[in-house]
Design a protein around this ligand. Structure first.
Ligand SMILES: O=C(CO)[C@@H](O)[C@H](O)COP(=O)(O)O
Length: 230
């Protein structure tokens, strides 16, 4: 597929595109490294600061074949602006999130095993671990069932995450989508949601895990978000 390209954009925008292509390409390597994907089943994107554009992977290309140059650039309606291949099949969902959540700079989708197992049951992961309180500020919520092809998935993500502190949503019968201030933060949330989905699942084999009281969740979330690592 060909597109209009970046020639009408300023040198600053083109420079940022080149830099974000490197970032997004490198972050795709984190998905198999953390065992969050099989074959081509997951994608990372990052929004530009200097223009209403984002960078995402081309569809159906294996992670070991991805390069910075092969990353595609889309506008916030999901139209291809620059790149030689079709953008990821989840581009419309990423674009919808960027159009409707101004604070989001990165989006990730995977089909990681444990998080997707919870999604298949449409059950939120209950906040029973301090690392869940830290990262998610409560339960990891479930979003609606939605078919790929229009704005349904994006709307489900936005509607669910707009009423939660969680940067992760388990889209019913599908899998996790995560958001962050940039793509790296969204990848981190994808790693964390898989980890807690796995741990809580294992805990359940031993009995019913104990929910953390809301006051303690709030305290842990505040410390991790505002003090930890600063
Ligand atoms: O969820 C889906 C399809 O149901 C996608 O995540 C694909 O599995 C990955 O697609 P590309 O990013 O390679 O288009």
């Amino acid at each position: 597929m060909t597109a209009a390209g970046l020639s009408t954009y300023s040198a600053d925008v083109q420079a940022e595109v080149a830099q974000v292509r490197e970032v997004v390409s490198a972050l795709h390597a984190e998905l198999p490294r953390w065992e969050l994907v099989v074959w081509t089943a997951g994608n990372v994107s990052q929004r530009l600061k200097s223009a209403d554009l984002f960078v995402i992977k081309p569809s159906g290309v294996t992670y070991d074949e991805l390069t910075a140059e092969s990353m595609v650039v889309c506008d916030l309606d999901g139209n291809l602006v620059d790149g030689t291949r079709n953008p990821s099949s989840d581009t419309a969902a990423h674009a919808y999130v960027y159009r409707n959540m101004d604070h989001v700079g990165g989006v990730v989708h995977t089909h990681s095993t444990y998080a997707t197992a919870w999604a298949a049951r449409a059950e939120p992961v209950p906040c029973v671990l301090t690392m869940m309180a830290d990262e998610f500020g409560g339960d990891v919520p479930v979003g609606p069932f939605a078919l790929i092809g229009d704005d349904s998935i994006g709307k489900g993500i936005v509607d669910t995450l707009s009423t939660s502190r969680s940067p992760a949503v388990l889209m019913r019968n599908h899998g996790p989508f995560t958001i962050g201030k940039d793509a790296k933060s969204a990848v981190k949330a994808a790693v964390m949601v898989e980890e807690v989905a796995r741990t809580v699942h294992i805990s359940r084999q031993l009995g019913e895990p104990l929910r953390i009281p809301q006051e303690q969740i709030d305290s842990l979330y505040d410390r991790y978000q505002n003090v930890y690592g600063k």
